[in-house]
Design a protein around this ligand. Sequence first.
Ligand SMILES: *Cc1c(COP(=O)(O)O)cnc(C)c1O
Length: 371
Amino acid sequence: MKIPFNDLHAQYLSIKEEIDQAISSTIAASSFIRGPAVDRFENQFAMEMGVNATVSCANGTDALYLAMRALGVKKGDEVIVPAHSWISTSETVSQAGGTVVFCDTEEHFFTIDPECIETKINERTVGIIPVHLFGQAADMEPIMKLAKKHNLWILEDCAQAHLAEYKGRKVGSFGRAGTFSFYPGKNLGAMGDAGAIVTNDTDLADKMAMIARHGGLIKGDHTIEGVNSRLDGLQAAILGVKLKYLAQWTAKRKSIAAKYTELLTNSAIVSVPEERESGSHVWHLYVIKTEFRDELAKFLADRGISTVINYPTALPFLPAYSRLKHRSHHFPAAFKNQSRILSLPIYPEITDEMVSYVVKSILDFENSKVT
Ligand SMILES: *Cc1c(COP(=O)(O)O)cnc(C)c1O
């Protein structure tokens, strides 16, 4: 059996008529930049996320950059980010002119460790970017307390966590702003690049929109220098269709994760991902841990099962940050996790039969090790 890591075509086929219709009507109206589909999607997304405003932009990386520019990050400002994430989280701090400060992650939940944050705060610290990694909310309560105590802003990186919750509240609404990616493989994915920022602060929303549009909200009137970062009409029309299905797709991800966990929980060589009791995990990725990671990945590949390592090198250990001279013992949890993690296929269209096949293959591998 062939099990891809994700199956975007299967998702397209499941809603083909609506998608085709959305694309052809955008083409018929030639509304390629901004236009009604973008306005509609921004409103729809703000409503769905329970916030006052959505500012759409070109991708999830720009979303982080735009938010930090609007928050006023300047040279010398330190921004705290988790050691284990996609590089967008840290590279945008530098892009905005700030200084990246890494914090270790919680070994069992993969998100930024609040205890570590406290040790990194000093007079230059201006903000914290918790990443709701793999679809699970970071431990927001202690993070919010620290931010309040030290007068720091929080910017949530929600790129992997559409509809995830912490203590009954959706992510993206805890900080000054929350950023989303609609990269095709994300839980809500466009058919190209796309991103958005949500916030309850409408002044901040205007500022972010201004920076995304060459520094001016009125054409020809540039208050400051900005960038060109926009969601195009076709992507907005596609996202508008897909957003209606997001809750149902998320429920499907949860049931697939529950099935993996049930069937793998007694494994002697694989640990299943842990879910915070206070949260609602949306399972962008289902990440197991095993000492036999590379061997298992190869065994599964030989059986037609695709897996991915998200991410094989924690950020502080990447060549891009060699200037910081970080060592493994500075980030013990991230360092330990990077060589054990393996992401199994999870997407709404995967069938029970496929999940069973993945599990059976893992257990076969286990038997080959034990005997
Ligand atoms: C995908 C992702 C981003 C960036 O999104 P793009 O749309 O690819 O620019 C940022 N942060 C995290 C954690 C991501 O997974």
